[in-house]
Design a binder for this molecule. Sequence first.
Ligand SMILES: Cc1cc2nc3c(=O)[nH]c(=O)nc-3n(C[C@H](O)[C@H](O)[C@H](O)COP(=O)(O)OP(=O)(O)OC[C@H]3O[C@@H](n4cnc5c(N)ncnc54)[C@H](O)[C@@H]3O)c2cc1C
Length: 291
Amino acid sequence: MKPAPFQYTAPETVEESLVLLHTFREEGKPLAGGQSLVPLLNMRLARPSVLIDLNRVRELSYIHDEDATVSIGAMTRQRAVELSSLVREKLPLLAEAVRYIGHPQIRNRGTVGGSLAHADPAAELPVVTLVLGAQLVVRGLEGTRVLRPEEFFVSFLQTALAPEELLVEVRFPVHRTYGTAFLEVARRHGDYALVGVAAMVQMDGERCTEARLGFTGVGPVPVRLPEAEEAATGRPLDDSTLGEIARIVAARLDPHSDIHASATYRKEVAGILAGRALRLAAERFKQREGA
Ligand SMILES: Cc1cc2nc3c(=O)[nH]c(=O)nc-3n(C[C@H](O)[C@H](O)[C@H](O)COP(=O)(O)OP(=O)(O)OC[C@H]3O[C@@H](n4cnc5c(N)ncnc54)[C@H](O)[C@@H]3O)c2cc1C
């Protein structure tokens, strides 16, 4: 299929883009990597009157090291994140998760901001922002808002972005003292996750002293499960603890069934992946401590 007719604009600065967004409001739509928007246009599921192509807005493409924070511009390609030695060193959870997005060709074009603004419930990057406690920086002509992931992701493909706002940056705090792991199950390599899990832990010998667990693919927005995190805290990550965590995960998550997997399957996989991710994160913590 072909998209419905639209007017094309190609601003070169954030300011110009915001003026266009402000002028056209609901009729305008930013185009980033196009990996989600172009199929939606072709299927006529999206019918903006004006496309605001952000690909010439160079000031939105960067990875900045600010010591305790790594800031990534919205138009930074997913592949640039994957290949960044800074991201590998300071944000290993993000480096691991980004490799699960589609295929290299998709990551060459797809952007960090596009993935977050699109807010697919099975996407990898939203849950990483949640577990790492990132800040999402949103700009409009009236000013800048800094949102937590819990505020930004509203529902299935819905965010707190107003039509005249742009996501301009994501600020990731650097957690040097944690071990992290990202695991997912998909029908084929490169498909969206049926279930994905992001884990972060701190250990004292064999005892877990802090755990964070985030899930994707199991509801309209990424979720953390505080009850499962508490069940890991203060205990060794042995079979008994992980079995209890799997039971909590299956009881607390409320995933949907679709043609790819039933809700029951998703719950069970989420519980098992949570245990594996915690163990892997703990191993990496110990390696890091021993290094
Ligand atoms: C075959 C295939 C497999 C894929 N597999 C996965 C996968 O496994 N996991 C995954 O997460 N994704 C997957 N994707 C999607 C891919 O990650 C996209 O890159 C991503 O969803 C959208 O990023 P984009 O830069 O292409 O944005 P676009 O498609 O250009 O835009 C997506 C939406 O975000 C809006 N938008 C973009 N940038 C901004 C901004 N800065 N501010 C405000 N709004 C903005 C657009 O208006 C649009 O509504 C896949 C895509 C394909 C084609």
